[in-house]
Ligand binder design. Structure first.
Ligand code: LIP
Length: 297
């Protein structure tokens, strides 16, 4: 089943339900963002463990934040399925499944760097099978920079906040919601591109190889540390493009929709569905150029 499959599209909820789903995603991402920001224990590093490699961290707050999201979603949407980075896996009896990353950018969180986020999305189809699912509503909350990005299918994408006056980049009162528009860059040589690297040395060596091709061709590169934030910055016109190999559904679910609803294109290898094999996001003019650059070799 491909993400353009009519079966999948028929499962997309009504406009009214999509609005409810987006508002729920925003509410839960913001509540969870407060928890991970305000209750970050000072001895976080000493209580953290690792997962897929020695450098793939999981903190007590990743687990606690996912538990909060799971209980809120079971209360609000008991029939929906759930897939979470920290192991949540519940089948769906409503054709909808929530795909959650309680802390995207956990390494930044561990080092107390500001760019980490809570990503909450709801999808139709099977998020465990690449190409068989489609996000329909979602939100990404970056609590330290006090910004929330969100979208729903056919309803556009927007930035909420900063709401705390004096937060980075704000001077005046709390900012109203802003509709998102992707950048108009159409020349790779002038494009600011985001990317990320995996937790395994073999993969990192491959990614470093790809960079030898990409770096001389673009304006400059940004490695910010959170795929969810990278994708939202593309949607917000603050990066011209983004690519990464090795992402999980929870890293990209909400960001994918936020980019497409801001007028962008997100695809994987050969223009197919984005997956762990490859994610490339940019405006419709630049995306194919970036795709062919990163997919070569
Ligand atoms: C991270 C991604 C990032 C990638 C990291 C990691 P996590 O997710 O957001 O783009 O480069 O390797 O996968 O592990 O912090 O949820």
């Amino acid at each position: 089943m491909s993400s353009s499959d009519p079966l999948l599209r028929r499962a997309v909820p009504s406009a009214a339900e999509l609005l409810e789903l987006e508002e729920l995603a925003v509410r839960l991402a913001e509540e969870t963002g407060r928890l991970v920001r305000e209750l970050r224990p000072p001895d976080l590093a000493s209580t953290s463990a690792t997962k897929s490699s020695d450098t793939d961290p999981v903190t007590v707050m990743d687990t606690r934040a996912e538990a909060l999201l799971r209980s809120r979603l079971n209360e609000a949407r008991p029939k929906d399925g759930l897939l979470g980075e920290e192991g949540s896996a519940q089948p769906s009896s409503s054709a909808l499944t929530w795909v959650i990353d309680p802390i995207d950018g956990t390494t930044n969180y561990l080092y107390d760097l500001p760019l980490y986020a809570v990503s909450v999305a709801v999808v139709v189809g099977d998020p465990t099978s690449a190409g068989s699912w489609l996000p329909v509503a979602g939100a990404v909350r970056a609590p330290v920079i006090d910004v929330t990005w969100s979208a729903r299918v056919g309803g556009g994408a927007r930035r909420h906040g900063p709401s705390r006056p004096g937060t980075v980049g704000t001077t005046g009162p709390a900012a109203a919601d802003v509709p998102l528009r992707i950048s108009g860059a159409n020349d790779l040589g002038q494009a600011l591109i985001g990317t990320g690297f995996g937790y395994h040395p073999t993969r990192r060596a491959q990614q470093a190889q790809a960079l030898t091709r990409v770096l001389p061709t673009i304006r400059d590169l940004r490695r910010l540390g959170s795929a969810a934030i990278d994708l939202c910055l593309v949607a917000d016109g603050r990066l011209d493009g983004y690519f990464e190999v090795g992402l999980n559904p929870w890293d990209l679910a909400a960001g994918w929709l936020i980019v497409t609803e801001a007028g962008g294109t997100v695809s994987g290898v050969d223009g197919g569905a984005p997956s762990a094999d490859l994610v490339v996001a940019a405006n419709p003019l630049l995306q194919p150029q970036l795709l062919s650059l990163v997919a070569t070799g």
